[in-house]
Design a protein. Sequence first.
Length: 286
Amino acid sequence: MSGKASFEDIYDQPDPRAYIRELSELEYQIPAHANAVFRFLIEEVRDRRGGTFSVADLCSSYGFNPALFNHDLTLERLFARYSAPEVAALSSDELALADRAFYAERRRDTAVPAIGLDVAAHAVEYARRTGIVDMAVAENLEASEPSSELRRDLADVGLITVTGGIGYITEVTFDRLLNAINAERPPWVGAFSLRWVDMEPIRFVLETHGLVLERLDGHTFRQRRFAHGQERAYALEELRRIGVDPDGVETDGYHHTWFYLARPADEAKTVPIEELLAPALPPRGR
């Protein structure tokens, strides 16, 4: 995504401290907004389909989404943990050991098995070592078909989540992922995407798999503060180019996302997205 700040140098470290340190300075907040929505969707899938299922978190990195929806934690608490002086002195192995106990103590009774999927092998492996995710998969579905191991892990997926990856992953990843899921019914997909990213190719692919993609209108969700003026200018230019007005939204100095939900057509017909998600949303979606 040309024009957007890159975090490649810290995205795949042996532990999340450098990544969190930089993101916290930019007021990174999208996992906090997503937490209420994803926890609500997990319960909806559980109520509607019954039985056990897993959640596949795309572009999972160190597993912030499962860390929140499966544990009694806030994003602020996570940031505070990894910036604490006593944590700064630990080696990566020592931190992983301490984190395993930290997350185990806070695991929700309603937790669901989580798959962390990302090209960043160190990051997802850290999430697995600490118990944030149950399975860690470092595969690039933009470049190749899923491995047999990944196909096995995906067998029981009932929900796919993503908060920061749309644009880095395209319809190719979604097509290969959904082809690999051996389920009687396709999973729901919950995706937060920057407002200037074109979702139409993904919409088309989801439809070929029997899923209807809806956007939650009337709400935007801050992702993080712009890293610099060049990034801000790029985002505003892209938004205006595609006919989306950034005034009063991105002009506040932050990337904003829309939320998209894909469901099988018969389930999408039962209740509109706005009505479905009303219990999970704040009065104003900022």
